[in-house]
Design a protein around this ligand. Sequence first.
Ligand code: THU
Length: 159
Amino acid sequence: MERKKIAIEYIEISSIDELTTSDAYLVAKAREVANNAWAPYSKFLVGAAVELTNGKVITGNNQENAAYPSGLCAERVALFAANANYPNSPVKTIAVTAFNKNGQTKTPAKPCGSCRQAILESELRFEHPIRLILDGAEQIHIVEGIKNLLPLSFGKDDL
Ligand code: THU
């Protein structure tokens, strides 16, 4: 028997001011688009902004439904729109921001398991790692590649 460990890694900063201009722009877009979320049930508004290697920025927000499972998270709304419209352009970075009834969440927005899996698929499809900028009012986490959020993942090579 062998006990194995997997290390994950992320960078923590405390303000959008510490980001590069293009990353700060992406976070600003995620914050802005969260206002357009359709989230009457959870009242948890999430915005996501995807930057492609061709320079395009595609945004999305969570879209809820009275039949709860029919809704979709902000990350997948943005990612699927990006991949649908620019099928040949790898995704470079995704910024995510969330607001609850008290305003922006203090801790960084965290993609759910299904969104992590969809982000992995996009990485594998384009053979290009995706950087995540998880935005919170008091901390921002920068994650270099989905392997840091989804270790021991299941992808095309496991079929
Ligand atoms: N949600 C997202 O859009 N992204 C996340 O990373 C976590 C959760 C949405 C789904 C649902 O509309 C609401 O937030 C509450 O879970």
